[in-house]
Ligand binder design. Structure first.
Ligand SMILES: [Zn+2]
Length: 486
């Protein structure tokens, strides 16, 4: 802790107390508290920009509201219209709009994406234009007609088609809007979870083209199993949000026992052998591999596959295994035995505390889908920490708000008091912990000589404020640049 910070270009040169040293420029911030910049370990930049371009949908509370939002925003024309963020689990009546209602709302090809991205609603024009009706995941009524509700391949196919209609300029603008939002929230670095299955590789290429000009630093994970492609991009990491199952909300998370309020156990997207081959080759290629796993079935599959990969390594490779910090995104439903296995393997977990705040409490979505006997044990953050697992904090924006204060609030108010994380530790997880998930702890996560000049200044101290909800910085600096000032 210090009273002044001396910045040299992109880096912190010195931190100290008392008399400040000579400098070319002095910025006085009396009475403020300076924290290292927050690092969000799980962000979809383009999706965040799209969400914030029309935030009305997340406020919809009924099927009629959704139809009204579409009618208002879509207007005339025949260009594809894409909007993100409905969450029927928050509605008094969870009935979704029918395809007829969507057809009546606009003549444009329409895609309305569920908050978690794992399900969408499409109108008839969109279903016909994209050929989605032929894909698995197209829900049909008793007469066999599409209802407009799509998951899995059908959902990905429609999303890809819509994203292809965005120009490079549109994508840049969405990414810039998202990065500026991050800066305004005291975030100085995000781990971008690129999703070629939904947006093609172009989305990532556009990002790499202007990454250096964005207000926040970006670490890029690409949800691909194409190791040579990722090596060509000179990334040290692969996968990230590579989904081996879906989400609880869309009932596509892979469970060991069926959903309480629907049929089946969800979906496992990869056979064991294929997943093992990918993880093994990624490890041997020197890459950090990341995978999205939510349900207890998916977590079991992932852990047993990692164990298999580990056993196949020779002793020299085994020594380096833990240090690689292979990642799991979400990791929402681990049993105590699975936590133990993850700890043994040295896996690092990217948690989304706001998932618990949004859906984890009694009567919430997870309770409805799974029953409280299963939902009550979800997102056991404290257990992960107690077992020594590396933990970083992400929003999965646009799924939840790109706001580290909301994550801290969620950590402090976990539905299970035994799993709560106190303020200072929560801030540490969202800075140092998150940096460690990308092997950047020697550059980011704390303010020390030689590290990146990434920080934010607050008028009330986030460490001691009564509540951090809505607390915003007055100044954010990323890589020595002033990227936000209120
Ligand atoms: Zn994910």
């Amino acid at each position: 802790m210090g009273e002044w910070l001396l910045i040299d270009g992109r880096h912190v040169q010195r931190v100290g107390t008392g008399e400040a040293p000579q400098a070319d420029r002095i910025v006085e911030l009396p009475g403020t508290s300076i924290l290292p910049g927050f690092i969000d370990t799980h962000v979809h930049l383009t999706g965040t920009g799209i969400h914030h371009a029309s935030p009305e949908l997340s406020r919809a509370r009924s099927a009629a509201d959704v139809v009204a939002v579409v009618r208002k925003l879509a207007g005339e024309g025949d260009e594809p219209f894409l909007i993100h963020g409905y969450d029927e689990s928050k509605w008094p009546d969870t009935r979704l709009p029918t395809v007829e209602e969507l057809d009546g709302a606009t003549r444009r090809p329409l895609l309305v994406i569920r908050v978690d991205g794992h399900a969408s609603l499409a109108n008839t024009v969109a279903l016909e234009a994209t050929g989605a009706a032929e894909e698995p995941g197209m829900e049909r009524d008793d007469a066999g007609a599409p209802t407009g509700f799509i998951t899995r391949e059908a959902n990905n196919r429609v999303r890809r088609w819509f994203n292809r209609h965005l120009s490079d300029h549109d994508i840049q603008q969405h990414q810039l809007r998202a990065a500026a939002l991050a800066a305004s929230r005291g975030v100085t670095c995000v781990h971008e979870m690129s999703m070629p299955s939904e947006r093609d590789l172009r989305d990532l290429e556009v990002l790499l083209g202007h990454r250096a000009r964005l207000p926040v630093d970006v670490v890029t994970y690409v949800a691909s199993t194409d190791i040579p492609q990722v090596m060509d991009l000179r990334f040290g990491q692969i996968g990230g949000d590579l989904a081996i199952d879906g989400s609880i909300g869309a009932r596509t998370a892979c469970l060991s026992r069926p959903y309480t309020d629907g049929e089946g156990n969800g979906a496992a997207y990869y056979p064991d052998d294929e997943l093992a081959e990918f993880l093994h080759n990624a490890h041997l290629a020197g890459l950090q591999a990341g995978v999205h796993a939510i349900g207890d079935g998916a977590i079991e599959q992932l852990l047993s596959v990692w164990e298999r990969v580990y056993r196949a390594l020779d002793s020299r490779e085994r020594r380096h295994f833990r240090a690689r910090r292979h990642r799991v995104e979400h990791f929402e439903m681990p049993s105590p035995q699975q936590i133990e296995k993850a700890a043994m393997l040295g896996l690092a977990v990217s948690i989304q505390p706001c998932f618990d705040a949004e859906w984890g409490h009694p009567g919430g979505l997870y309770d409805v889908r799974l029953g409280w006997d299963r939902a009550s044990g979800m997102n056991p953050f404290r257990s992960l920490l107690d077992r020594g697992i590396e933990v970083g904090v992400g929003s999965d924006s646009p799924i939840t708000d790109l706001d580290p204060m909301a994550a801290i609030e969620a950590l402090e108010n976990h539905h299970d008091p035994a799993q709560r994380v106190w303020r200072g530790e929560a801030i540490r997880l969202a800075t140092v912990g998150s940096a460690r998930l990308a092997h950047q702890e020697d550059k980011k996560g704390s303010l020390e000589p030689g590290k990146h000049a990434d920080f934010a200044a607050y008028e009330s101290d986030p460490l001691t404020a009564g509540s951090v909800v809505g607390l915003r910085p007055i100044l954010t600096v990323s890589l020595g640049r002033e990227v936000y000032a209120s």
